[in-house]
Write a protein of this length. Structure first.
Length: 526
């Protein structure tokens, strides 16, 4: 009850403006804390499905309402957001229900058997199913957000020379910042061509959502294709060597202080050599053949005589070496590297004018950088390779000197709003506390004097008047104040005594200073 009385007295002493300020701060603090609590309790949303057709979006929203799950719509209703903890569970549930299903139609179009369907309708359904299945497959490629596939399958003709080839067109929509490489485009063309009977890759046209042609169907010359591959190989080798040198220079000089360009001359000539060598000094016996001949004869004396002859034929084999050499394609024939190196800068301030002075790299440092570049690219003087390193000021010179780059911190907007709300709530609470403390003053309560009722036998003259009671109360308060002052002086004396006991020398010096100051003041009064 006493607290309520004190609050009531405090409220009565405030002015109208102070009362309004106090009420406003209190309400703002309550609203801020309430909003903060509700904000923290609100779940964080994530994307359930995006790029939905209106039919699919309507069915999914209807299912979410039936399950009493909170959701949000973005991108004109094509994107549905739900609490993050429910995303994967809902995706599995909707997949079991066949949602979304109206965006792309695949082979499920044949799940229902329709009796009496004509052959023409069956062909159309087959083409729709094939286009849908190809679109689903192409969507698995990274960077593709949406895709449409159109296939044209001509009717079969009686004569082969009158038969037309199938064609196809693919339109893709890429994600923000994504880009399809030529290899990806060619892969899509081969995928579609391999899925349709009789379709050739050069008959597949691929475009993006802006109408730009991604596939190049005019380049059917084999020699032109070989030249394109050679150019791609040359560019990849140059980029690889430039990245190696750039990473080293960035580590030594800092990012942005060097520029590296590499030109590579590759040898695409395919040479096949067959070398056959004979060494006459090294011979071996290949075969040896020996023949013997016997003959007999009778002379005039009738005496017989016989003779024998032996012939040996030896075949020798000469040492023979046969070599077949095929030189590889794409060897580096000549290498040229150009490196530009930024110097250092010195800031001079004279007469309030700030001047930036460029200091080039010295020859010793340039020589060291040249050796680093040579070792990085595999410098070979036999190929007549060239490496040039020059120190040149970059323009604009010294633009970023003296400035501190601010880190770009991409904070979540939800966290930013939470910080702002918490900050406002803290500021409001501090203002409220300080306003209350500024109004509260130390007061001494006047003790209540209990006036007892005198016995009836005493006369009314002996009763104390109200003025006398007030005077006695004031005298009692004065006595209490005097007692408080006396106790305060006693405490000060005790502290002085303790100080003198702890450091008597310093206390003596302090007393001397006081005495000299008192003498000086007395002399000035005279």
């Amino acid at each position: 009850m006493d607290s309520f009385v004190q609050v009531k007295e405090f409220w009565g002493k405030l002015s109208t403006a102070q009362k309004i300020l106090l009420i406003a701060v209190t309400i703002a603090s309550i609203v801020g804390f309430t909003f903060l609590i509700s904000w923290v309790r609100e779940p964080e949303y994530g994307v359930l499905f995006s790029n939905l057709e209106p039919q699919d979006a309507g069915k999914i929203v209807e299912r979410l309402k039936e399950r009493k799950i909170n959701y949000r719509l973005e991108s004109g209703g094509r994107t549905i957001l739900v609490p993050k903890q429910n995303i994967y569970e809902l995706r599995l549930q909707f997949a079991s229900e066949g949602l979304p299903n109206s965006s792309i139609v695949g082979y499920e179009i044949f799940d229902k058997s329709n009796i009496g369907v004509s052959d023409f309708v069956q062909k159309i359904n087959y083409k729709r199913a094939l286009e849908g299945e190809l679109a689903r497959t192409i969507l698995q490629i990274d960077g593709i957000e949406a895709v449409r596939v159109h296939i044209v399958i001509p009717e079969r003709t009686l004569f082969k020379e009158d038969q037309k080839q199938p064609t196809a067109s693919v339109i893709v929509r890429l994600k923000q910042g994504a880009k399809l490489s030529p290899d990806n485009v060619q892969s899509i063309a081969y995928l579609v061509a391999s899925s349709v009977e009789g379709l050739e890759p050069q008959n597949v046209t691929i475009l993006d959502s802006r109408g730009r042609l991604l596939s190049d169907n005019s380049n059917t010359d084999p020699l032109a294709k070989i030249s394109s591959k050679q150019y791609e190989l040359k560019r990849s080798v140059e980029q690889y060597l430039a990245d190696k040198v750039q990473s080293l220079l960035d580590a030594v000089l800092g990012s942005g202080n060097s520029i590296v360009k590499v030109d590579v001359e590759l040898n695409f000539t395919q040479v096949e050599k067959t070398i056959e060598e004979y060494d006459p000094d090294k011979t071996v016996v290949r075969s040896e053949q020996t023949t013997q001949e016997k003959s007999s004869s009778v002379d005039s004396t009738l005496a017989s005589a016989s003779s024998q002859r032996t012939n040996t034929i030896t075949n020798y084999e000469i040492n023979r070496t046969l070599q077949r050499i095929v030189e590889s394609v794409g060897n580096i024939k000549r290498l040229s590297v150009a490196v530009l190196v930024n110097g250092t800068y010195k800031v001079n301030e004279a007469g309030g004018v700030r001047k930036v002075e460029y200091i080039p790299r010295d020859e010793e440092q340039i020589q060291k950088l040249t050796e680093i570049v040579k070792n990085a690219v595999g410098f070979n003087p036999d190929r007549n390779d060239q490496v040039s390193v020059l120190s040149i000021p970059f323009e604009p010179a010294g633009e970023g000197i003296g400035f501190i780059q601010r880190e770009d911190k991409k904070e979540n907007w939800r966290e930013l709003v939470e910080k702002i709300v918490v900050g406002l709530a803290i500021i409001g609470s501090i203002i409220l506390v300080f306003s209350l403390l500024g109004k509260l003053k130390v007061k001494r309560e006047i003790p209540t004097i209990e006036v007892k009722e005198l016995p009836t036998v005493q006369s009314q003259a002996t009763l104390k008047e109200p003025e006398q009671v007030a005077v006695e109360a004031i005298q009692q308060v004065n006595e209490e104040e005097l007692e408080f002052e006396r106790m305060k002086k006693e405490q000060i004396k005790e502290k002085v005594k303790d100080y003198i006991r702890e450091d008597s020398e310093q206390a003596a010096r302090l007393i001397k200073v006081w005495l000299l100051e008192e003498e000086r003041q007395k002399w000035q009064r005279r």
